[in-house]
Ligand binder design. Structure first.
Ligand code: ADP
Ligand code: MG
Length: 727
């Protein structure tokens, strides 16, 4: 048996009902478990002295510093709570530039002055940690002689407990800084951007007389797509294991053409997995809402109810980790890569974004009469202008080697960022520009023509699934985020861009008011100008069409198809200004990030190329040589019998491909060596993009043809048709 046959046997013989244990087969009430592993309001009230509870709540709500005494009291309460829950260890949980989460565990064990063992968790343990920063990407910020980094408790994201088979760990959400106070993580800039958007939005609200609002925060609901395949295949595909995507693999005769997977009934094994995931998420206080099959075979989605951006970011990381951990229990492998299978839809993360005030009012909710809702129009216009002005930065925030396979591949939005508003808002915007009065029908009702069904009111927006940034009723949906990414950078940039424009608007409106214009006029003139200026970013049509690409170019919209090109936006003058103005990132932090992203891109493509070569040389080549020998033996035998046969021409054409395959291996080897020796990191990333990736693709094409022409019994790599359909 070869590897592939072994994998198939394993999958076919698998009985998932025996693993995990079938006694978990019971329903439950979500409310009985929701948030039980979170140090939430109820836990705080129970475990903290009343005064500490009040102080902490106030700081979480309004900001402020936690003094030593408060930290000591909270730490004590948290420890008691954690011990009651069976936790033995604690960790500062943070999100370094790797895009993953990081943790180092310490036990509560300590000894008192008499040498008696005690459980201890001090205020300092809670507030601050000192992981060795030298092992994390810093893009040159951390000098080698100063390896210290700090993690600092972020009280705005709740402390939680992660359960494992043999115990539980207390996790304290933290930010990660260098010795010199510079951000080494993805959370710090996000928190700073939330602060910026808060300040700017409050200025606007004040203009409209809303001076009671304490805070404005951005909200996010990330819809997470993912693939699941049986782990028997996964472990036998070095490409999946090492790079997260298949570097070889001929298309399956049946792919997603029948459109029979999307919203299809969920297989029992997968549903069991999803239910298990949700249970874990509920315990962590993560509001999992929707589950369904996605477009591609073996592709699925989970979507939560939206939350404050900071918490949503932490929760999305936990969702990804929980999916992964649970998949293993079901002998499944979770694929979060943006494009695990060529020719099949990839995975993204629709990042639903809006602004909310501290009373829970959605600032992008048009209400019943959007045309008369000046405050809504102000926030809407500011967002449109923000996207227009910072489209390049938004593209940069989602630029990774993985996501390049998706953006522009006619399944996800293209690399051109534009805004979709829908019919109603477009007509309002047109009316504003041309200074006309808005015609508006109160509520549009869909006539079903079936008398005994309830009336359905029409969503005020159509759904244009091709738009990268679509207004969907009361929020914008940024669809260019990749499935494996942290959502922090995308939201940092949206918040920063919107904060910049809101701030600009506030100043302009205030000026107008000072000049004696009445409020309506003062606001309208600012909005009208902004809409006129930003008009090129508005696009209602099909984003996949080639005409749009041409049209967008005419409009001067950026279209960066690859990561090395897109990343440059991080360091343009305009964008550095926008980021530094509100202290989101300093000049040095921006450059270090640019450096890290370029380096990550190159490292990743390098690993892919090395993996492709390894598979080509040690798995595919031996297999095709074996088949070539069989064909040759067949030709020789037949020739000796004198039978007329066409096997010879088959052998010749097959041999020619094998030869081409070997040549392409050499070509990739040479290209890779040349690229590895380039020292300039910008140039190197470009070469990985323009030379190495195409050489890999060329090699793959021939390999995939060979796959389709080689004896099925000999082929060593699990095939697409197996991975996507047999599970
Ligand atoms: P779809 O876009 O798939 O039709 P929905 O409109 O139901 O689905 O919502 C998708 C996501 O948008 C959900 O995660 C939801 O919580 C989130 N969402 C809804 N309102 C907001 C909001 N005000 N801010 C951020 N996200 C939101
Ligand atoms: Mg959606």
């Amino acid at each position: 048996m070869n590897l592939r046959e072994e994998a198939l046997k394993e999958v076919i013989e698998r009985d998932f009902t025996k693993n995990p244990n079938p006694t978990s087969k019971q329903g439950y009430n979500i409310l009985d478990i929701f948030g039980i592993n979170v140090f939430n309001d109820a836990a705080m009230a129970k475990y903290l002295p009343y005064s500490a509870y009040q102080k902490l709540k106030k700081i979480i709500r309004e900001g402020g510093t936690i003094d030593e005494q408060l930290a000591e009291e909270v730490a004590h309460g948290v420890k008691e709570w954690a011990i009651d829950k069976g936790a033995t260890h604690y960790t500062h949980w943070f999100q370094p530039m790797t895009g993953l989460t990081a943790e180092k565990h310490d036990s509560f064990l300590s000894f008192d002055s008499k040498g008696v063992p005690i459980n201890r968790f001090s205020g300092k343990n809670l507030r601050q940690g000192e992981p060795d920063a030298s092992r994390f990407p810093s893009g040159g910020i951390r000098a080698t002689f100063e390896a210290r980094g700090y993690t600092a408790w972020d009280p705005t994201s709740p402390i939680f407990i992660v359960e494992n088979i043999n115990g539980a760990t207390l996790c304290v959400p933290t930010i990660f800084l260098s010795y010199t106070g510079e951000a080494l993580d993805k959370k710090t800039p996000l928190l700073r951007s939330m602060e910026a958007v808060n300040k700017a939005a409050l200025r606007i609200l004040k203009i409209f007389g809303n001076d009671k609002v304490a805070r404005v925060y951005s909200t996010v609901g990330p819809e997470q797509e993912y693939f699941l395949i049986d782990k028997a295949y996964y472990y036998r595909r070095p490409d999946l294991l090492l790079t997260g995507r298949t570097l070889f693999g001929a298309p399956s005769p049946k792919g997603q053409q029948m459109e029979d997977h999307y919203f299809g009934s969920i297989r029992e094994r997968i549903l069991a997995f999803m239910q298990d995931v949700e249970k874990e998420l509920f315990k962590l206080g993560i509001p999992a809402k929707t589950r369904h099959n996605e477009v591609a075979p073996a592709q699925f989605e989970i979507a939560p109810i939206f939350e404050d951006s900071n918490i949503a970011t932490d929760h999305n990381q936990l969702v990804m980790e929980t999916l992964k951990k649970t998949a293993a229990r079901y002998n499944l492998a979770l694929l979060l890569h943006e494009k695990p299978f060529a020719g099949i839809n990839g995975s993204g993360k629709h990042n639903n974004w809006s602004l909310s005030d501290s009373d829970g009012n959605n600032l992008l909710d048009p209400g019943k009469t959007p045309h008369a809702n000046l405050q809504f129009l102000t926030f809407l216009t500011a967002t449109i202008k923000a996207v227009y002005k910072y489209a390049d930065l938004m593209r940069a925030a989602v630029a990774t080697a993985g996501n390049d396979h998706r953006l522009g591949a006619n399944e996800a939005p293209p690399a051109i960022i534009s805004v979709y508003l829908g019919e109603q808002l477009t007509s309002i915007v047109e009316a504003i520009i041309s200074n006309k009065k808005v015609e508006y029908t109160d509520e549009q009702i869909i006539k079903l023509g079936i008398s005994n069904l309830p009336v359905i009111s029409k969503d005020t927006t159509d759904r244009n699934r091709t738009s990268p940034f679509a207004f969907t009723g009361n929020k914008f949906e940024f669809r260019a985020v990749g499935s494996s990414m942290s959502i922090a950078p995308a939201n940092t940039i949206i918040n920063t861009a919107v904060a910049n424009i809101l701030d600009e608007f506030a100043s302009e409106i205030e000026d107008n008011l000072k000049k004696g214009k009445e409020l309506n006029q003062a606001v309208m003139s600012v909005i009208t100008e902004a809409i006129k200026e930003s008009k090129p970013i508005l696009f209602e049509g099909n984003n996949y069409s080639p005409e749009w690409e041409k049209e967008a170019e005419k409009r001067g919209l950026p279209n960066y198809k690859t990561t090395p090109e897109a990343l440059k936006a991080w360091v343009s003058k305009k964008n550095i200004e926008a980021l530094t103005k509100f202290g989101i990132l300093s000049d040095r932090e921006i450059h270090s990030r640019y450096h890290i992203y370029l380096e990550q891109y190159s490292k990743l493509v390098n690993i892919e190329a090395e993996a492709a070569l390894m598979i080509a040389k040690t798995m595919i080549l031996p297999a095709v040589l074996k088949y070539e020998t069989e064909l040759a033996a067949n030709v020789a035998t037949l020739a000796s019998t004198g039978v007329k046969t066409s096997t010879k021409s088959l052998l010749e054409s097959y041999s020619a491909k094998v030869e081409e395959f070997q040549n392409l291996i050499s070509k990739l080897e040479t290209t890779l060596e040349n690229t590895q020796s380039i020292e300039d990191i910008e140039k190197q990333a470009e070469e990985y993009c323009k030379k190495v990736l195409p050489a890999m693709l060329e090699l793959r094409k021939v390999a995939d043809t060979l796959e389709q022409e080689t004896d099925d019994k000999i082929w060593p790599l699990p095939k697409y048709r197996e991975m996507l359909f047999i599970y």
